[in-house]
Design a protein. Structure first.
Length: 202
């Protein structure tokens, strides 16, 4: 059994999870890139172990890249980043810089740091699976709203929120947080940031 934040018994299931996150991230990006008024120079992907996990021999993980992948170039972040670069190559000369900051305390959304993403033109937030707090507007939705607000700052980055595996109440609260900004499905307006929620299938 391959170690994972949520333990799944078969490699095939883990591969399905990785591809699901990738496909849904791309689905959101396809619409959101229409909001970019200039070249995209920096992309921040914020997530949990599907983004990056250091070596942990005690649980049988001996690599330093996103879990559920056999090599770094095949993990969620780097496959998604390559797809983004391929798309942007049609409209801009230079590929954007990729950053993968660990800047949110996912277990309860109690702490976050917007400094690492202050220059990012695209911010992809893929969090929720390791959240262990109450699934209520006060404890989940409102902190998530504050995270989005702080990450946006006074700029207009493209912000993409990918929900948890399994959808359900948590996904609904993440979507509600994004909708608060009245930016869902607003990618066609170049002067607006675009926030898209892509719920994962049950």
């Amino acid at each position: 059994m391959l170690p994972f934040d949520l333990f799944y018994p078969h490699q095939g299931e883990i591969e399905m999870i990785r591809k699901s996150y990738l496909a849904l991230g791309l689905l959101a990006l396809t619409a959101a890139f229409g909001a970019a008024a200039a070249d995209i120079k920096e992309i921040a992907i914020i997530g949990n172990s599907i983004r990056y996990h250091g070596k942990a021999p005690n649980i049988g993980w001996n690599y330093s890249w996103g879990m559920a992948a056999s090599s770094q170039d095949k993990d969620y972040v780097h496959v998604l980043y390559k797809k983004i670069c391929d798309k942007l190559a049609k409209t801009q000369k230079a590929a954007p810089k990729l950053i993968m900051p660990s800047c949110v305390t996912e277990k309860d959304f109690s702490k976050w740091n917007a400094e690492p993403v202050k220059n990012a033109d695209v911010i992809i937030i893929q969090l929720g699976d390791n959240y262990r707090g109450p699934q209520t507007p006060e404890k989940l939705q409102q902190p998530y709203e504050a995270i989005i607000k702080d990450f946006k700052g006074d700029r207009h980055p493209i912000v993409i929120c990918v929900s948890n595996w399994g959808s359900g109440k948590m996904s609904d609260l993440i979507e509600a947080a994004a909708r608060l900004f009245d930016l869902l499905h607003r990618a066609e307006e170049s002067d607006k940031a675009a926030i898209a929620v892509a719920p994962l299938p049950e």
